[in-house]
Unconditional design. Structure first.
Length: 352
């Protein structure tokens, strides 16, 4: 019978499925981005409406007593190098950082990747709707803001000099700021997917991004606030992955491993201690037997003494047994077998 198994076995089939899933994810993300870019271009010709909305946003910020965007830009203008760095950050960090973030999640935290991709899709879709419904000229175009277009003056810039003829980007899509929204999602996603004690430092990315987008006069403060609100709404709609926390790294024990002490019902089992005191008398002889006498001095025992069943009762003997009294030569008490000293009697041992 011919077998119809997959060439290479289950491992090859698993790798093939993984490639298919990767291609599908790449096509999905690229398709969503293409739809977003195409949708933004629909509001490029609404110049008058974009400037009227810019005046409304500027007046609303002053009514809310928000700090002026120009204060942040003045800090950047103290150094040409700082301004150039800020422009580079705005132009070069936004998309690559988000792409690397998604790739890392896909490879290391698949459940968090699906959660993040859905949140970003909702955030971007809501931003596209707002871009179309509320075209907004950035503060670098607004005369009331009196701000410098740092991208054109100091470089690098991602926008053309004439917004109406810019085919690469929609310059009237200032609200909300996806630069800030994506950066905030990156930070919160990394905090949720990792367990390091320093993971809170990921919040530096959206903080720097906020200062950059405001200081380069590409966004208002309200653009970042609206992006934050939209991200919060996406969090409410997309449930966070359950049981997908970052794995806890195993820590090897330091030093030798001590075996566990067995524990009884109440506490640890203590070793049984031997009683303190003289050893019990073990050498007793039945009544009528002859017991050899060990001499206290050098040399062998001098004989045996017949055991007597009369006289004093043995202090430690069992019924029917007596301790044999004996006396060695020289008047010293004789030691019986086992090293136990016995009391001497006036009868010398027979059978010398």
């Amino acid at each position: 019978m011919t077998s119809h198994t997959t060439p290479g076995g289950p491992r090859a089939a698993g790798k093939k499925d993984e490639r298919r899933r990767l291609i599908r994810e790449l096509l999905l993300v690229a398709g969503l981005f293409a739809v977003y870019k195409a949708g933004r271009t629909l509001s490029t010709g609404r110049t008058g409406e974009a400037f009227r909305n810019a005046d409304l946003v500027w007046d609303a910020e002053r009514a809310l007593r928000l700090p002026g965007e120009g204060a942040v830009q003045r800090l950047l203008l103290h150094s040409d190098a700082i301004v150039h760095t800020a422009n580079t950050y705005y132009a070069a960090v936004h998309f690559p950082a988000t792409a690397l973030f998604l790739i890392w999640l896909y490879l290391r935290r698949p459940a968090h990747y699906l959660w993040t991709r859905r949140v970003l899709a909702l955030l971007t879709g809501a931003a596209l709707v707002l871009h179309l419904a509320f075209p907004l000229a950035p503060p670098r175009m607004l005369d009331a803001a009196r701000m410098v277009d740092t991208g054109l003056v100091y470089g690098p810039s991602v926008y053309g000099a004439a917004p109406a003829t810019d085919t690469m980007a929609n310059q009237f899509a200032a609200m909300p700021s996806l630069h800030f929204g994506w950066a905030l999602m990156l930070a919160l996603g990394m905090i949720a997917a990792t367990s390091s004690r320093l993971r809170v430092l990921w919040l530096l990315h959206p903080l720097v991004t906020l200062l950059v987008v405001v200081g380069t006069a590409n966004h208002y403060w309200l653009d970042a606030l609206v992006a934050t609100a939209l991200l919060g709404g996406a969090f409410l709609l997309v449930p966070r992955p359950v049981g997908a926390a970052a794995p806890v790294e195993a820590v090897a024990p330091v030093g030798p491993v001590t075996p566990a002490v067995p524990v009884g019902p109440v506490g640890p089992v203590a070793p049984v201690e031997q009683p303190v005191g003289p050893a019990p008398v073990r050498d007793v002889a039945p009544v009528g037997s002859r017991v050899p006498i060990a001499s206290a001095g050098p040399g062998p025992a001098q004989g045996a003494v017949p055991a007597s069943g009369h006289g004093d009762a043995p202090p430690h003997g069992a019924p029917g047994r007596v301790v044999v009294p004996a006396r060695a030569r020289g008047g010293a008490p004789a030691a019986g077998p086992g090293g136990v000293a016995v009391a001497a009697s006036g009868t010398r041992g027979a059978g010398r």
